[in-house]
Design a protein around this ligand. Structure first.
Ligand SMILES: [Mg+2]
Length: 122
């Protein structure tokens, strides 16, 4: 079991990810904007962060840049979870500092494959 931080301003999206992750034996914590996500990541040191992109207060790109740039959180993988599925965006997100990318709507099998990749053996 690993602790996974879900950062998304949409409560339904958080709930969906929470249900999938918990059914696969993980513990989840949640934040509804990037600023709170950064605070919780520093406080809770999750194994993995799932990050929405468009959010109020602080968006997922800004939050990921902060996590990536600070020693205490730089080692935590951050997966972008976003509906921006246009060609070329994956590369753009990876260049921002995201570790990987999952597009919405979520394909459960693909989602779990990515989660396993960053949580197995830890
Ligand atoms: Mg959003």
């Amino acid at each position: 079991m690993r602790k996974i931080l879900i950062v998304d301003d949409n409560a339904k999206n958080r709930k969906l990810l929470k249900v999938i992750l918990e059914s696969h034996g993980h513990e989840t914590i949640e934040a509804d904007n990037g600023k709170e996500g950064v605070r919780l990541a520093k406080e809770s040191k999750p194994a993995l962060v799932l990050m929405d992109v468009q959010m109020p207060e602080m968006d997922g790109i800004e939050a990921t840049k902060i996590l990536h740039s600070e020693d205490e959180t730089a080692g935590i993988p951050v997966i972008a979870v976003t509906s921006y599925a246009m060609k070329g965006d994956k590369e753009k997100f990876l260049a921002t500092g995201f570790t990987d990318y999952v597009s919405k709507p979520i394909d459960v099998n693909e989602f779990i494959r990515v989660i396993d990749k960053y949580t197995q053996g830890k």
